[in-house]
Design a protein around this ligand. Structure first.
Ligand code: NIG
Ligand code: FE
Length: 422
């Protein structure tokens, strides 16, 4: 006799919520300048969830829906509900770790010196090419489960540790499999131009031709990527090389989301904007010309303060950028070299402490704006009826500012991803 399983998604009611953070019936696609300091909240609220979506949001005063209609009722007294973090910049698929380089830096070597000696990204590429697809999948899945516990509901994952046709395709196939098996919303970003493989250092164009003529056509045919990335910076890819790769990617329908201005005023921001990048990321080196360029674009400036923290770089001028009227998104850059952590709440603490962002600005940057930066704003980033039910419930806390303030504590009690309690 055949047994059929019918998947029925849970109907959940969260009631008595002290404050619903980011409750926005008509969300904007992004928040810029002064808008970033406005965080819409509902005090004393409830949220209903069915079929993976938020189906209702209201106040306790007006009354809750009848409890009989729900499979699970969660009492969130003295607790806050936040929309899940959107981590719009990660390198979560990788092999091995790089704490040896961490110690080398403590002893005085710089990130760039380590890279020039064949360490850094090339070190990770060597290991990745020796690691099977299954092993990569398993370790990445463990990291995804870890970040679910940190409150993340959507994540962008880059390739870029393959740096060969087989290696890049392997990474992207792992990401495709992660999309199929993880409850998280995942976007894939093709970063074949992450570093120059040693064997092409004397003939850079040969590797760039490989990206353009061999990798991109297969990636497009197999629908392996949503975006195209280049590390446009001193010692990595030039503006001209970046331009050529981004234009080639666009021919296959891949919008750019790039690394820019981490190590110098590289021209990366300008070439990203010129190519209609969805986001330009890092931006430690951002001056008036870059701010001006971003002001006239739809490109989301995305800051990764844990990289500045971990490598001892100076922080991007977030305050100046917001005061000039720009939007800002925040992400972890989770990778084995420059940011071996996917903890978004720590990113918020760094944003507040080191970049003088207000808690409201940091929360908006890690939700609405980071959802925009990875192209999931229609479904994520706010508590809105009709959006994906990806959110977290905190432990008992006095205010939303307590979250970035209490930077070492684990303050999340329950996470719900796509309507399911994790
Ligand atoms: O975003 N800046 C370039 N790429 C990564 C670092 C990757 C690595 O060191 O493995 C980043 O910081
Ligand atoms: Fe990165």
């Amino acid at each position: 006799m055949a047994i059929y399983f019918i998947f029925v998604s849970m109907k959940i009611l969260i009631e008595n919520i002290k404050t619903i953070v980011g409750a926005e019936p008509q969300p904007k696609d992004k928040l810029a300048g002064k808008q970033m300091s406005v965080l819409p909240c509902i005090d004393g609220g409830w949220i209903s969830i069915a079929d993976g979506l938020i189906t209702g949001v209201g106040t306790m005063k007006e009354g809750t829906p009848a409890k009989a209609g729900f499979d699970k009722v969660i009492n969130a007294e003295n607790r806050f509900v936040f929309p899940s973090w959107c981590d719009s910049h990660t390198h979560i698929v990788y092999a091995g770790s790089r704490e040896g380089e961490f110690v080398d830096r403590i002893r005085g070597l710089s990130y760039e010196e380590i890279a020039r000696r064949g360490g850094g990204i090339l070190n990770s590429a060597e290991r990745l090419n020796k690691t099977s697809e299954d092993e990569l999948f398993d370790s990445a899945m463990r990291r995804l489960n870890e970040i679910i516990g940190f409150g993340t509901g959507a994540v962008e994952i880059k390739s870029g540790y393959g740096l060969s046709v087989e290696g890049e395709l392997k990474m992207l196939r792992v990401i495709k499999k992660l999309k199929e098996h993880s409850p998280l919303t995942i976007k894939a970003n093709f970063l074949g131009a992450h570093a120059m493989p040693t064997q092409y250092k004397q003939n850079r164009q040969e590797y760039i031709d490989l990206i353009i003529n061999e990798m991109l056509p297969i990636i497009a045919k197999e629908k392996l990527a949503d975006y195209c990335d280049v590390f446009c910076d001193r010692g990595f890819y030039t503006v001209e090389e970046t331009d050529a790769i981004l234009q080639a990617g666009a021919k296959y329908g891949l919008q750019p989301k790039i690394h820019a201005n981490e190590l110098d005023y590289s021209g990366g921001i300008q070439v990203g904007v010129k190519n209609n990048a969805l986001s330009v990321d890092h931006l430690e080196f951002t001056g008036d010309a870059e701010i001006d360029c971003l002001m006239r674009s739809g490109t989301m400036p995305t800051l990764l303060p844990s990289t500045a923290f971990f490598l001892g770089l100076h922080y991007p001028p977030a305050r100046k950028m917001i005061d000039a009227g720009l939007p800002i998104a925040l992400a972890t850059d989770y990778n084995p070299g420059s940011s071996p952590s996917g903890k978004m709440s720590f990113i918020l603490s760094l944003a507040c402490v080191k970049m003088k962002m207000l808690p409201e600005e940091a929360i908006n940057a890690a939700t609405v704006n980071s959802a925009y930066a990875m192209g999931v704003g229609k479904t994520h980033g706010t508590i809105t009826v009709g959006k994906t039910a990806s959110l977290f419930i905190t432990k008992e806390i006095p205010s939303y500012s307590y979250l970035p303030y209490s930077y070492g504590s684990d303050l999340i009690e329950t996470t719900i991803v796509a309507g399911e309690v994790q």
